[in-house]
Design a binder for this molecule. Structure first.
Ligand code: 5GP
Length: 197
């Protein structure tokens, strides 16, 4: 899971990482916020109205959900279960509380905190994308300050350098590659085979 404050570059970096790994499936979240220009339903998010979101939440359709800046966001449960069962790695980018909630349910989940090289870059990135009002940007910045205090609960810290985002993509890729070599992720029969040679 790639988490961290809004404006740290999660969307762009996860997009670049997905392009490099075919066995990495992206879990599309549901949200009640309106689509930004260019965002597509069932690609960027499943855009739901509040009633529908609550209906699915009541039906236990989300692995976790959170209210962020007045809107609801949730991770659909079925996609995660099916993808993991089929042997895929799943990547997602919930905010920090959601990431920690998923780690509790899936202790093997890997939590990556993505931070900007300078906190002031967050505001500049949010302003540059011109999708939020000044009030919304201010609210996101306030949440960002709180989110930064969660960094110690994560497994990895990746810094997205404003001038060299490709380094952060390499760093994320290195983490994915290294995690795949962990003994506890390998099939037990392969380890037994090694033990018996
Ligand atoms: P945005 O409106 O910028 O797309 O997302 C706002 C925040 O909600 C971001 O920090 C994003 O990572 C987070 N978010 C997106 N999907 C989910 C989700 O399914 N669960 C949780 N907990 N947070 C999410």
């Amino acid at each position: 899971m790639v988490s961290g404050p809004s404006g740290a570059g999660k969307d762009t970096l996860v997009e670049a990482l997905k392009a490099r790994h075919s066995r990495l499936l992206y879990s599309i979240s549901s949200t009640t916020r309106a689509p930004r220009p260019g965002e597509q339903d069932a690609i960027d998010y499943f855009f739901l109205d509040r009633d529908e979101f609550i209906r699915r939440r009541t039906g236990d359709g989300f692995l976790e959900w959170r209210e962020y800046n007045g809107h609801l966001y949730g991770t659909p449960r079925s996609f995660i279960d099916e993808s993991l069962r089929a042997g895929f790695d799943v990547i997602m980018k919930p905010e920090v509380n959601g990431a920690l909630a998923i780690k509790e349910r899936y202790p093997g989940a890997v939590l990556i905190f993505l931070a900007p090289d300078k906190f002031s870059h967050l505001r500049r990135r949010l302003e540059a994308r011109r999708t939020e009002t000044n009030e919304q940007i201010a609210a996101r910045m306030e949440i960002a300050h709180v989110e930064m205090t969660f960094v110690r609960s994560f497994d990895y810290l990746v810094i997205n350098e404003q001038a060299h985002p490709e380094i952060a993509v390499d760093d994320l890729e290195a983490i994915v590659r290294a995690e795949r070599f962990r003994i506890h992720r390998l099939p037990d029969n392969r380890i037994t085979e090694l033990e018996n040679t």
